[in-house]
Write a protein that binds this ligand. Structure first.
Ligand SMILES: Cc1ncc(COP(=O)(O)O)c(C=O)c1O
Length: 388
């Protein structure tokens, strides 16, 4: 390993760069998690995290990664053998389906091509056909991190309502929260699952469930075994500003700083910034003569862009060269996209020049790898960034 001067460019779609004030906030002395100082912190965070999810309902915080919060959403609302309807948007949707199967749920998967989001009409049709209401939950990924494709949650909810079906709507917002608009209450989501290490700009290791009244009601009779994930003791302790077990105090210090930063910028401005950077990235990709994986203009992710490389190119080799030459990490192609795409993360603590540097590194790396890209791609992105 040779010495690399300057800062590493961590442009994977999470974990993302942790802003310096957040890093500093985490480097404070540990406090008694059953004492009054912690209690004040707990009350503050459990209140102030709600607007980020677009909810006035409880949001529980787990000392776990997003996978834990996936499991929490399922085990708190469902019983063994319950049917759940899912949609194959990509690698993460597939992993959540596998988890549901592993928990003993009956998983019905609507097929997808990994280049589009969930088709709300397909969800509506499947629910309308389920006259006996066997399906207890619809589980979808809002921002599919493996593809850079978002799903239109409000339209999925509208399709569920139009079908007159009582299934719960469980949404993975792990890579959208804090980067792309998430509206738990307005969209009628029952459980929104999120994580710390993406749009929230925190280190990995903290995750969330925002819980609707209907989901809370379902949890009273849900029969899947649960202890660590159980909302019951968690919400009872949260009422007093505490946790039922040891919380990750230092990440909570960081969360307090993140909430301050998001408030200072304004959530809508945060989303607009992400959308603008995503647009500039697409301008670069198209200018290079390459293809963005997402095929629907309505579904481009503000958080990341997955780029298809020409058939004779190994995307992993391009990424390895970029890491070696320019000290920049890009996201790998996951699952069936391994080797055929690389992913540019443009979320979290990110500004115009971070994007310009990122895209310059990608362009140089592609050219050095022998991919015949048009260097006008970078100019196209800079033009977009120069515009207001
Ligand atoms: C959309 C999505 N869901 C779930 C996960 C799994 O979360 P974790 O790796 O934090 O357990 C990820 C991780 O990247 C993700 O992007």
């Amino acid at each position: 390993m040779t010495y690399a001067a300057g800062r590493h460019f961590l442009q994977i779609p999470g974990p993302t760069n942790v802003p310096d004030p957040v890093l500093r906030a985490t480097a404070a002395p540990t406090i008694d998690h059953r004492g009054p100082e912690f209690q004040a912190l707990g009350h503050e965070l459990l209140r102030d995290i709600r607007p980020v999810f677009g909810t006035t309902n409880p949001v529980v915080i787990y000392p776990a990664t997003g996978t834990g919060a996936w499991e929490a959403a399922l085990v708190n609302t469902l019983s063994p053998g319950d049917a759940v309807l899912t949609y194959e948007t990509g690698h993460f949707a597939t992993l959540w389906q596998e988890m549901a199967r592993g928990l003993g749920l009956d998983v019905d998967v609507l097929p997808g091509d990994w280049r589009h989001g969930v088709d709300p009409a397909a969800i509506g049709e499947r629910l309308a056909a389920d006259r006996g209401h066997r399906i207890r939950a619809v589980c979808v990924v809002h921002n599919e991190t493996s593809t850079g494709v978002t799903s239109r949650i409000a339209e999925i909810r509208a399709a569920m309502d139009a079908a007159g079906h009582p299934a719960l709507l469980l949404v993975d917002a792990i890579s959208s929260l804090g980067a792309i608009d998430v509206r738990h209450d307005e969209w009628g989501v029952d459980v929104t699952v999120a994580g710390s290490q993406k749009g929230l700009m925190l280190p990995p290791g903290m995750s969330f469930n925002a819980i609707s009244d209907k989901a809370l009601e379902a949890s009273r009779t849900a029969g899947l075994p649960r202890t660590y994930w159980d909302w019951g003791p968690m919400l009872a302790a949260n009422d007093r500003g505490f946790f039922p077990y040891t919380p990750n105090t230092h990440l909570l210090y960081g969360l307090r700083e993140v909430l301050r930063l998001l408030d200072e910028e304004g959530l809508q401005n945060v989303f607009a910034r992400h959308a603008r950077h995503a647009e500039a990235t697409r301008a670069a990709v198209r200018g290079w003569g390459l293809e963005v994986l997402c095929l629907d203009e309505r579904e481009h992710s503000g958080a990341l862009t997955a780029v298809l490389v020409p058939a004779n190119v190994d995307a992993d080799k391009v990424r390895a060269l970029i890491l070696d030459r320019f000290d920049m990490s890009l996201g790998a192609g996951l699952g069936r996209l391994a080797g055929t795409v690389f992913r540019i993360g443009h979320l979290g603590a990110f500004n115009d020049l971070t994007l310009a540097g990122t895209l310059a590194g990608v362009q140089m790396g592609l050219r050095l790898s022998g991919v015949p890209v048009d260097p006008g791609g970078l100019d196209a992105a800079l033009e977009r960034l120069q515009a207001a």
